[in-house]
Design a protein. Structure first.
Length: 202
């Protein structure tokens, strides 16, 4: 997988979605989960309106199918009120929608049940883990990410890291720790960071 000259991924299915404002620089990638729409595919999550105004450049289904809603030179509103410190310079950034690439994974997050289902008894293909979030809170059930989805995520993050020489790869939980818990403790962040050439820890 690679980023083409037109700022789209070579192996992504392109969704018809309104154009966004120009984004001139891309500094890092952010991983998210869909949570409330976990019983739907990522494709339906966006087209059904379940996203409620949230956006991400790329959405990845549990089977590894990759969709893209906008080219990487257009902004998506996925970060919200967040801050990030450049690991190389220590400089603190806000207004992160203007300089980040959002990647959304179809995943129930902490809406999962201990019996391996979510919502209307939708069976979660990779099961769940019981864990406490790194930012605190009680032990909860979290949906595991299926291997095809993880491999697709690695391919996407490697492609955008190589194309834009990204400075970092983080979760929404890292830039908005008081508001967000995605992609959660079941997400293999260390594995993906190492695959992209970043240090294991954020």
């Amino acid at each position: 997988m690679k980023v083409l000259e037109d700022q789209w991924l070579s192996d992504a299915k392109r969704l018809k979605y309104p154009a966004g404002p120009e984004m001139k620089i891309r500094r890092f990638g952010i991983a998210h989960f869909t949570a409330g729409a976990a019983a739907l595919s990522s494709y339906n999550f966006w087209l059904s309106g379940e996203a409620r105004g949230a956006e991400a450049h790329v959405i990845i289904d549990r089977d590894g199918t990759v969709y893209q809603i906008r080219p990487f030179n257009q902004r998506c509103d996925h970060a919200g009120t967040s801050t990030w410190s450049d690991p190389k310079t220590g400089r603190v950034f806000t207004a992160l929608n203007s300089c980040t690439i959002g990647v959304e994974f179809a995943n129930a997050g902490d809406s999962a049940r201990a019996d391996g289902t979510a919502f209307t008894r939708f069976k979660l293909p990779a099961g769940v883990i019981q864990a406490r979030h790194k930012n605190g809170g009680p032990v909860k059930s979290w949906e595991c990410y299926p291997e095809p989805q993880i491999l697709a995520g690695i391919a996407v993050f490697k492609a955008i890291t190589a194309r834009y020489n990204l400075d970092d790869l983080v979760g929404h939980e890292d830039i908005a720790p008081k508001r967000k818990v995605d992609p959660g403790p079941a997400f293999p962040m260390t594995r993906i960071r190492l695959a992209c050439g970043f240090p294991a820890s954020i």
